[in-house]
Write a protein that binds this ligand. Sequence first.
Ligand SMILES: [Zn+2]
Length: 386
Amino acid sequence: MIASEDPFTFDEKVKSVKVKVGQLFEDRKLTLLSSQMKQSLLSQVQDDICGLSAKKQNGGKVGRLKFKSFVNCIPLKQHENTYTLTRKHGNNGRLHLQKCKQTLRVRGTKQIPEDAEITTAKLLKRGDDYFLHVNCYRFKKTVSLEKWEKREKLGLETRHEIGIDLGIASQVTCSNGLKVKYNLPIDENIRKYARKVSSTEKGSNNRRKARVKLQRAFAKHRNRKQEVINKLVSCLDLFCTDICYQNDYVAGWQRIWGRTILETSIGGLLGKVKTLPTSREVDRWEATSQRCQKCSEKTKHALSARIFRCGTCGHEEERDVHAAKNICRVGMTEGDEPEVIGDVVHAERVEPAYKTPVDMKTAAMMFEVLKNIPFVKVSLVVEAGS
Ligand SMILES: [Zn+2]
């Protein structure tokens, strides 16, 4: 498509492609691609070009378009048409692709809830493995009700609002005193394979093998990080009815802290929190770490100061917990209206009362859950005198 004169007027009904064999071109028939796949491949290329153009206009660096000898991703637009995924055998499903006589085994279909509606999917090749990414939809109400049922079973109070402060030293600090640290360093394998890729000859078989290994090692690292984030966020979502966060400029942190951010993927965590229906955003410029929690006066603090000391009333508190409480206060008073689920109104606006015995009970329960997530270190800051 890129080789054609104009990818935007390219005929998607193409039946064969020219393949370079040695010095000659050979016509090869497209036997397995269905017309829907061709269509979506074409629109994918067009979207990518539009994206690159937008990036260029915004001052980004864009190189020349290059030929691709293979495609790593085929979009599958319509379930039960372009592809059919059956979930009969527990975790083992079968995938049928249009124009493909054989069905393929798919592992991990258990992850898709029974009542979910399957829509689009993508067939991906990563390293030597094939993956199927499936998009599915569930009713918001079902998901919410499920959550409330789970909460009831755990004996949780009707409301628990929380503020979270993201940081470098400890990744997440909650207003109830929970501090979560996690760090997944780039492992030795990734470095080893990266060296191997750069030391082997270009185009050689060894280089290709090393590259596959490198991709695998990276995928493993990425998956681990993703798992930690998913578990963290699902814990927050289950125990808290409102999650207030400050929309920090994480991309800016990366420039200063580099690898630390890469190894923790704070941006990914923030992105995930944002998509929760229960999250409330606090403005980036709100002075949450300087304004006193008790008297609302501002006191300047150096970045290195770990304890907040109010210059007006003398209130003292651990810096991050104090900031998280502020985020919670601002989020709860200025955020959107709370969510109403079913016939039960779980949401009456209450003035956030911190450190009540109930709060500590929930915090202790969260501590138990977070403790069991791999690679996560969690501690509970208990205020002196309370
Ligand atoms: Zn004060």
